[in-house]
Write a protein that binds this ligand. Sequence first.
Ligand SMILES: [Zn+2]
Length: 1059
Amino acid sequence: MGTENPGRPAYPGRPATTPFGAPPPPNVRPFSSTPPIPGSGPSTFRPTTAPPSQANTPFASSGPMAETEAPGFQPRPPSTFSNPSAAPPPALPSYGSPAPGARNFQRFSTPQFTQAPQGPPARPPTMGQAPFGTPPAALVPGAPPAFRPTANVPAVPMGLPPQRATYAPPGGSVPQLPSESVPSVPRPNFQQSYPAADPSVPTGRPTVPPLFPGYPNQRPHAPPPATLSQSPFAARPAGDVPAPVVASPFQTHQGGYVQPHTVPAPFGMPPRDPMQHSASGPPSNAMYGLMEDFNSLSIGSVPGSLDPGVDSKALPRPLDGDVEPTSFREMFPLNCHSRYLRLTTSAIPNSQSLISRWHLPLGAVVCPLAEVPEGEEVSIVNFASSGIIRCRRCRTYINPYVTFTDAGRKWRCNICSLLNDVPGDYYAPLDAMGKRVDFDQRPELAKGSVEFVAPTEYMVRPPMPPLYFFLIDVSVSAVRSGMIEVVAQTIRSCLDDLPGFPRTQIGFITYDSTIHFYNMKSSLTQPQMMVVSDLDDIFVPLPDDLLVNLSESKTVVETFLDSLPSMFQDNVNVESAFGPALKAALMVMSQLGGKLLIFQNTLPSLGVGRLKLRGDDVRVYGTDKEPALRTPEDPFYKQMAADLTKYQIGANVYAFSDRYTDIASIGTLAKYTGGQIYYYPAFQSASHKEKLRHELARDLTRETAWEAVMRIRCGKGIRFTSYHGNFMLRSTDLLALPSVDCDKAYAMQLSLEETLLTTQTVYFQVALLYTASCGERRIRVHTAAAPVVTDLGEMYRQADTGAVISLFTRLAIEKTLSHKLEDARTAVQQRIVKALREYRNLHSVQHRLGGRMIYPESLKYLPLYGLALCKSTALRGSYADASLDERSAAGFTMMALPVKKLLKLLYPNLLRIDEYLLKPSASAQDAESTMKARLPLTMDSLDSRGLYLFDDGFRFILWFGRMLSPEISQNLLGHDFAADLSRVAFSERDSEMSRKLCALLQKIRESDPSYYHLCHLVRQGEQPREAILIMSLVDDQIGGTSGYVDWIMQIHRQVQQNA
Ligand SMILES: [Zn+2]
């Protein structure tokens, strides 16, 4: 497939149906966000700031410059820059008056997704008929099963029914009454949706239409067990609940009531995990078969106290880390892996009223380039002559959920139901089942994730080469920190591993009070440095040779990097002309786009974009002026971010200072260009070198998608209304992502367009159009289906805490930009309260809930993660609890994290490791089990005779108990074993134990490589240093923050109010 067309004079025009047919928007609102969700009422979270795009410009463009018509990959910066505004080179902005919105993307026609002939892109146009009036063929019994929910799913073993436990204070004195353990109370509402499996439940319930008309035989009560045993949906058939009722060893609170009801998992899905808690004793066998619709927590008397309370040990904790939801794929085996797409609930509500009762965010978290799950692959499909098969109307890409009819000559779009012709080249006959005979050879029909090779219609210029441009602060503080040397060495060591050889381009600018350009022409033996000191009228000297082909100029580049640290070693310049240097970098990069890596050590002090010290007036804190400190002060940064995005430049900011550098402003560059912030406060080469080296190397060598745009489509009747993360929104639903990689995730909220959804299934399709480093233009497509439900209980059952928390986190951080921190925290708590109150109301009719707190199994960790979020660096405490920069950096980082990584940051791992280290011949299995034995994050977990490892995905903290065997300390710390640990750097020592520990740390780092875990040492009682661990113990009540128990009590009290 021709993807590069260097000699091609012009690129194809835009036939109405080609993907790039849309004109650029007349106006760009780069920072507009999305409107509040209709129907959600006054959200407690900050609604977005700008109105949505009008329908007349739904396809704002992005992407490579159409008019520049780069004939090849030679960087060809504009020839004259001495007066850029007078003689404008192709599409270069002038910077005299940065006026957001004044510049638009007119010059940049876009590799955007295809325009639908009418209506907004993510959904089909409004049609006279209801496209979903006729169920897709696959849903009609007997019709060709386009998706075969039972086809590839292993049968779920019909083993023991799940167990669950009701927790109670250990000292509680009221034994569970066996009689109450027997399900006996009919629950009309519940039965309407899910008849109880327990035979003792009255059977005279009204018959209700199946929730899943397409899956009648999957109803738990319907088929005989024999059939069920072969069905993947038959985890809990009706007859398998032995429900032996014996006295439970678990004691309940004073109410003594144990919710006994046994309920099959919805759709016969595998049983939910029994609630695990290492400290609460084994779940009772007596509870066997008594799995109920909800979990509960006894809120009663704490032993030895008159205060009502809850036993801390009984509280649920995510000690297994994030467990990716599986129900998504169990219901629809052809769905993409949840690593790519997670829904906050995989049961989509059918009505506005259901949504409003759900209270949690309804939406998705997408990580389009997530690392491929083990044992899977993303097939690359090249349609060649037939072109990529897409729906003529809504532009959905062909996927496993489309259905073929008319002997294989037509296919029906699963998103909008339109019947499309099958192109001649793509035709294949159908078998007796209505399945294409070539099904097995077609990954796009068999897999939820696939990558299409894009033909030339998907490009408006040849795919860009990977390009890395470095903007390096060389002022005195940068020199003294040692940062320059580490950066230069790391870049040099990665040169052979940069993606895209032999097309990769590279360039450098350094700056202090002046700007230094480097000519790296391959014919030179040494780079030539050119200094520009006129900061008001930036021009680029020698525009042709500042950006060079790495393979041609490698020697010059290496010479430059070798000499860079010494070039400035005596620099005493304290100024930073960051803004002008940034503009210069944009000028150099604008022809091609690429990745801009910024290394900033001081507050920008000269030229445009200079910033002033903010936040030193404590009177501002706690007032309405405080949130402004968390937003960029100077519009220059937002405008620059808009311009960078426009030119396909993604910026990553590395910040190093121990002083205020206004990351709120500088970080904007990364936020709106799909980039990332790396923050190394008070960087010192001696202690932070490894972290910087690892993270920079990963940034340089990880697989990157260039000049990308992303869109998520969904079925008729629903719509994504707001997007949250690091990107710029172009048009209503197109995310501009100049560079993307596996470490970036995006969240979006969903709303119903109509009051009632009449379909039984909704489909989602994420499409990322990008240029691969190899130079091929590709479209990565992830498709998933989810059932539409009429039952609120089902929404809760199918909830995904990880996705909910990802959205919560992004919404809360956004809220801190316009509200006090406290307001953001309250909003988190309030939504949890509302959700649990609604949930309680759902069950209080049929159950005597007493003082118990109840919650769905799926959301058992929600309160704890909510608490952890409120205690995170971005949200915690007041101004004194985290510096402005620290908070901003944390916020930018958390906005981009994939679910798993975010959850680990919120609730880190705490492991006891001294026993493992002492074991004479510890096996790999021992290491494995040590890594899995996670402990609750409380002081109570720490034994002063132990050695503990804390791991939040960004750093390690090794905690040495006061009574720890001296042998261990000596082995691990050598002569420093008794020293003040704040002065001791962790390193491998000459002992078996030390090697063992380093191997363990290495193993963890390899399993979680996005950031480097720097190892901090802490000794019990050594203040103030120990605080770095103590403050991270989420469960504890520290420094005015709630502990887990108080938090639960607060939530419980509020849930009961007006319940
Ligand atoms: Zn369609």
